[in-house]
Design a protein around this ligand. Structure first.
Ligand code: HEC
Ligand code: HEC
Length: 408
């Protein structure tokens, strides 16, 4: 018996990377904490499918789609024959296996693309940001989840098929997908190894992963594919001197109205705004307020507030309270956090208003303190003058040195 190369290197790499990205994305689907990894794996899967479509035309013999095109019925017939033990052995994809290939590629494409629209709609982030509404995003999310479950079923069927076929034909098919080699006759066509293309594929995946995960907490890739929120220089100037300028999307219009109206009694400070400035600030705040739902956080904050309430603090809205319930009280009072209003201590994007996402930007030292049961000690030991905290943050202590906010 002769052994020959059947699966070329790029095809094998594709197979295992595709399997890993689907498995990883499936496992990280439920939790917000893993969303960045989940989206990375989604993009990776789409890129891999793109590569496979090209390789299906340009790859070596057994990788080409033309070498395993069968009528839909042939797959079912082959399955029946395999169960009966009468199926003939195929060197490349058999009719049932080939249908799993096409199904998985199609489902992977649909799942990935629907994922892009979930991200673009629900979160207004990623390549599809701004293309569809948040409500449509939520509807697409349902199909995204259904598609992923169907894909899982097909994967299960594929694994069962591989096991059955390996048993019937006394050959380890999964090992062949690692080594690429199968026992055959000397006359059967052999595949070319294509080491160079394989190397390029690995390099491309590594570059993409490096780019995605290059910065702490993935802030920069979010910045690169963000849809910016509207910014306003006057707002930054008037409301960004004592604390970070909170983005208007974090409170409803009626709250901003109340805050600006009561500017002479602003948490113990007098903001000293003249009528014209107050009007100009509201002209920016109201069209961008929470009810316009420009971000996921805005929609959820807005939904959580009873219509009759106009909270003066973001930190008093039910959604904010719910999301920060797990944070122990002593952590709020310890440097570098100091106050609930000091969002930037934990959310890296809090002082870059255009990329407001308020998610998972918790600096490593705060994260450690959250995990540790000795929060204050952990913070003191690991944060200190930590470079992991955003430098541009102004703490609320500034108000003692600068009682009025009227800009110089
Ligand atoms: C003179 C300093 C100063 C200026 C200027 C200032 N604030 Fe404040 N602001 C404060 C203080 C002090 C607090 C209370 C912080 C705390 O309790 O930790 C506060 C709290 C807030 C909060 C509540 C934060 C929370 O806990 O959810 C909002 C909202 C707010 N300010 C909006 C504004 C807006 C809008 C402007 C611009 C019109 C502005 N602030 C300008 C001093 C200032
Ligand atoms: C001590 C650290 C800390 C501070 C300070 C803080 N947060 Fe958070 N925040 C967190 C953590 C941790 C989570 C994640 C909770 C979770 O995953 O459920 C979170 C979650 C959120 C979310 C939900 C994100 C989502 O995925 O929907 C929003 C919105 C948010 N914070 C806004 C704010 C705002 C606005 C401020 C300032 C007024 C603030 N946070 C201050 C730690 C902090």
């Amino acid at each position: 018996m002769h052994t020959r190369l059947v699966w070329d290197l790029p095809l094998r790499l594709f197979h295992w990377l595709f399997a890993a990205s689907f498995t990883g994305a499936w496992l990280t689907a439920e939790s917000d904490t893993w969303l960045s990894l989940h989206t990375f794996l989604g993009y990776l899967m789409l890129a891999l499918i793109g590569f496979r479509l090209i390789w299906g035309v340009t790859g070596s013999h057994y990788a080409r789609f033309s070498s395993f095109l069968y009528a839909p019925r042939a797959g079912l017939a082959y399955l029946k024959q395999t169960i009966k033990g009468t199926a003939v052995r195929h060197l490349g994809h058999n009719p049932a296996g080939s249908q799993a290939v096409f199904l998985l590629l199609g489902l992977g494409l649909l799942t990935g693309v629907s994922g892009l629209f979930v991200q673009g709609g629900e979160e207004q982030h990623g390549v599809a940001a701004g293309l569809i509404s948040p409500v449509l995003g939520t509807i697409i999310k349902i199909s995204h989840e259904i598609l992923a479950q169907i894909m899982l079923l097909v994967v299960a069927g594929h694994l069962a098929g591989v096991a059955l076929e390996s048993w019937r034909h006394h050959e380890n098919l999964s090992r062949a997908m690692i080594t690429g080699k199968k026992a055959t006759t000397p006359t059967a066509p052999a595949a070319r190894p294509h080491y160079f293309t394989g190397l390029l594929l690995v390099l491309a995946v590594m570059l993409f992963a490096g780019w995605w995960f290059q910065s702490p907490d993935h802030a920069s890739n979010i910045a690169l594919i963000k849809k910016p929120l509207p910014e306003n220089a006057l707002w930054q100037e008037e409301c960004g001197s004592c604390h970070q300028a909170f983005h208007p999307s974090l409170l409803p219009a009626r709250s901003w109205q109340a805050i600006i109206t009561q500017h002479d009694r602003h948490f113990g400070d007098d903001l000293g705004l003249d009528t014209q400035t107050a009007r100009a600030l509201l002209a920016y705040a109201i069209p961008n307020a929470a009810e316009h739902g420009v971000t996921e956080a805005a929609r959820k904050i807005n939904r959580s507030i009873p219509p009759k309430d106009a909270p003066l603090r973001i930190t008093l809205t039910p959604y904010w309270i719910k999301k920060h319930r797990a944070i122990p009280a002593d952590l709020w009072r310890t440097a570098p956090v100091n106050s609930r209003s000091h969002c930037a201590a934990c959310h890296r994007d809090a002082h870059t208003p255009t990329v407001l996402k308020m998610r998972r930007y918790t600096p490593p030292c705060v994260k450690r303190a959250l995990i540790s049961r000795l929060h204050t000690t952990a913070l003191r030991l690991t944060c200190g003058s930590s470079p992991c905290l955003p430098a541009a943050t102004q703490t609320l202590r500034r108000r003692h040195t600068r009682p009025h906010a009227s800009p110089p």
